[in-house]
Design a binder for this molecule. Structure first.
Ligand SMILES: NC(=O)c1ccc[n+]([C@@H]2O[C@H](COP(=O)([O-])OP(=O)(O)OC[C@H]3O[C@@H](n4cnc5c(N)ncnc54)[C@H](O)[C@@H]3O)[C@@H](O)[C@H]2O)c1
Length: 200
């Protein structure tokens, strides 16, 4: 039965589920981890910033694993922790993301370009590459949610390659949604506009 806490309805619909939330140390990721906990899930916060990540995990009663989402080894470790600690993995929330300061596209450096595509896009490739086989073996389906952006649908000038990285997130998500439907593994993306007080 649904319960209300601080004006938020909690249905417990994630009870028994295990989720990895990347970039969960702060910003949207912290809010997602909090909501997943409220709904009954076990949550592993994966963030490259250890101090803030541990603090948030303690506050929300989550697990914390230091991880860089651009590293295959770190993804493999996340699955290992989920398996050893909880015996399963149901949800992957690909929230960690980055950008560069708004600037003329001709001034964007290769470093800027590589950063947005590695953190925003390669991370999702790695999450699927490492977590899908585990979920297929588990045989209960699964759910991936990637935090894209309205920038991936309705791009603004000065952030060309951030916008393009989010368009890639949306397209890759749709493609994998079709591809893995027979395994009952769902892929969705969410497109926020802007949240004040965050770096993006
Ligand atoms: N804030 C906005 O207005 C906005 C709008 C649209 C989309 N988004 C998207 O939402 C997501 C979250 O945004 P936010 O504003 O909460 O960000 P934020 O900067 O507040 O937090 C991002 C978190 O990701 C972590 N992170 C960054 N790179 C990482 C890496 N390589 N490995 C592991 N962790 C890493 C950071 O340490 C941080 O804790 C991003 O994907 C962003 O592109 C944000």
């Amino acid at each position: 039965m649904a319960q209300w806490k601080s004006g938020i309805c909690m249905t417990g619909k994630l009870s028994g589920k295990v989720a990895i939330v990347t970039g969960g140390a702060g910003g949207f990721g912290k809010g997602i981890a909090d909501k997943f906990k409220q709904e009954g899930a076990e949550v592993i916060i994966a963030d490259m910033v250890e101090e803030a990540g541990k603090k948030t995990a303690d506050e929300l009663k989550c697990e914390f694993v230091k991880a860089n989402v651009t590293s295959r080894q770190d993804w493999e470790n996340l699955v290992k922790v989920a398996d050893e600690k909880f015996g399963r993995l149901d949800c992957v929330i690909n929230n960690a993301g980055t950008t560069y300061r708004n600037k003329p596209t001709a001034d964007v450096t290769e470093e800027d370009f590589d950063k947005v595509f590695t953190v925003n896009v390669k991370s999702i490739y790695l999450s699927a590459n490492v977590c899908v086989p585990y979920m297929q073996k588990q045989g209960n389906g699964g759910s991936f949610v990637s935090i894209a952006s309205t920038a991936g649908i309705r791009p603004r000038p000065g952030l060309t390659w951030y916008n393009a990285s989010k368009a890639a997130v949306i397209n890759g998500t749709k493609t994998m949604g079709v591809e893995y439907a027979p395994d009952n593994i769902r892929f969705n993306s969410v497109c926020p506009v802007v949240a004040l007080g965050t770096g993006l």
